[in-house]
Design a protein around this ligand. Structure first.
Ligand code: PMP
Length: 305
């Protein structure tokens, strides 16, 4: 397979960094997770929200004072070229990472040289999307904005996610929901969260220490414009999780994943709820190019026809 490394597409085995690489030691790197979906009937691979992901990556570079010499349009172009070179005919995940390549010690965000690498891998479900997942509320709080900004998708911040996810797995659950330092619901270890109460969709605002998810934004749009579901962005208490009619997690990796249990309490009747299922069905159709309205705005065909 191939990767984009140090300015060009190379064989994946040649895309290697030194053990001295500065960001490898301090986690001072930012990354993205992007999906491309294969449509079998059209024999076409669709890059989903490519521009949106690279716009976010560049904003996150700004937070970390990283001056990357690429535009988001150029990074989309490179990604399309890489996907074509890999000739994928299945659903894939694309992982761009921006890091400081300097072979020196000291954790700082000035005076270093940024580099971007991109690789792609086949990816089906990241977490279950059909039966539903069991969650715990993690004893690890989501990092606060003035510690490491959750919106910035910083590599080092994923130690926080790893603690929470590990706690979930060790307690026999599938995924962790993290509270922010104020005790309100923030997000999953790698997903945003929505709850349904009395037919209304509720999700925490960006100021509650969440990643400003691209899937989250798409789901708000689908709910409001296509399914006629009211959406409210407001803080969510932990106890609301237990009494919600439905809960689901969403993200590029997670897609739309129903939550059927939290801290041993059944959510609704313990099966994926109707609003979750209707959003999920619509989302899955949209990402494979089956919804005309979103085909041209959300997707870019990888292969020329
Ligand atoms: N929160 C966290 C912590 C994540 O890692 C992700 C995955 N990128 C998300 C939310 C979902 O974001 P998106 O929909 O942009 O993938």
């Amino acid at each position: 397979m191939y990767a984009f490394f140090e300015g060009k597409i190379v064989k994946e085995e040649d895309a290697k960094i030194s053990i001295k690489t500065n960001s490898f030691h301090y986690g001072t790197a930012v990354f993205e997770g992007i999906r491309a979906y294969y449509n079998k009937d059209e024999d076409q691979l669709y890059l989903l929200f490519g521009k949106e992901h690279y716009d976010r990556l560049l904003k996150n570079c700004k937070i970390l004072n990283i001056k990357l010499p690429y535009t988001s349009d150029k990074l989309v172009e490179i990604t399309l070229e890489l996907l074509r070179k890999c000739n994928w005919k299945q659903d894939v995940y694309i992982r761009p990472i921006v890091y400081f390549k300097d072979l020196t010690i000291s954790p700082k965000l000035v005076g270093y040289t940024p580099e971007i690498a991109i690789y792609t891998i086949p990816l089906g479900d990241y977490i279950d999307t059909s039966k539903g997942v069991k969650c715990i509320v993690s004893s690890f709080h989501r990092i606060n904005d003035n510690m490491i900004p959750a919106r910035a998708k910083v590599c080092g911040a994923y130690v926080n996610s790893a603690f929470a996810k590990t706690e979930a797995l060790m307690r026999g659950a599938d995924e962790a929901i993290m509270l922010n330092p104020n005790g309100n619901v923030a997000e999953g270890s790698a997903e945003n969260i929505f709850i349904v109460r009395d037919g209304i969709l509720i999700t925490p605002p960006p100021s509650d220490n969440i990643l400003e998810g691209i899937t989250r934004k798409a789901i708000i749009k689908i709910a409001q414009e296509d399914l006629g579901i009211k959406v409210i962005e407001r803080s969510i208490n932990r106890s609301e999780l237990y009494i919600a009619d439905e809960v689901f997690l969403c993200g590029t990796g997670a897609q739309v994943s129903p939550v059927i249990e939290i801290d041993g309490r059944k959510i609704g009747d313990g099966t994926p709820g109707p609003i979750t299922k209707s959003i999920q069905n619509f989302y899955f159709d949209a990402v494979r190019g089956k919804i005309k309205k979103y085909k041209n705005s959300w997707l870019v065909p990888v292969y020329e026809k």
